[in-house]
Design a protein. Structure first.
Length: 116
């Protein structure tokens, strides 16, 4: 297996662990979704700038590329999964912001109750 393919597979695994589509990750990282597909398939190597953008969105350290885990423990959390499903049902930006605000409030209330 060549280095490009290992890198692409790691990026794909992380993307999927967050529940992101290629298009959504590309939007978050401000890159072209076709380019992301080629990176994941080992056809293209990302530039440093592209890799840095991906690392910021997928929360990995560029210095630790060889030690990126296949699973993201946060993404496996059932509450996180449910939150993603709720956010993904929004029909527009206003609705998305409302869902996000509700989820933040719920998190705050849960944190406040755990202190009691």
């Amino acid at each position: 297996m060549n280095a490009e393919n290992k890198l692409g597979k790691k990026i794909r695994e992380l993307r999927k662990s967050f529940g992101y589509t290629q298009q959504y990750l590309a939007e978050l990282a401000d890159i072209d979704d076709k380019h992301l597909s080629k990176i994941e398939n080992g056809i293209h190597l990302p530039t440093y700038i592209t890799l840095k953008k991906l690392s910021e969105v997928l929360c990995f350290n560029l210095q630790d590329m060889d030690s990126i885990s296949k699973k993201n423990p946060i993404a496996d959390n059932p509450i996180f999964q449910k939150s993603l499903k709720i956010l993904s049902t929004s029909k527009n930006d206003t609705e998305l912001q409302n869902y996000y605000d509700i989820l933040k409030l719920a998190q705050k209330l849960m944190n406040d109750n755990s202190k009691i």
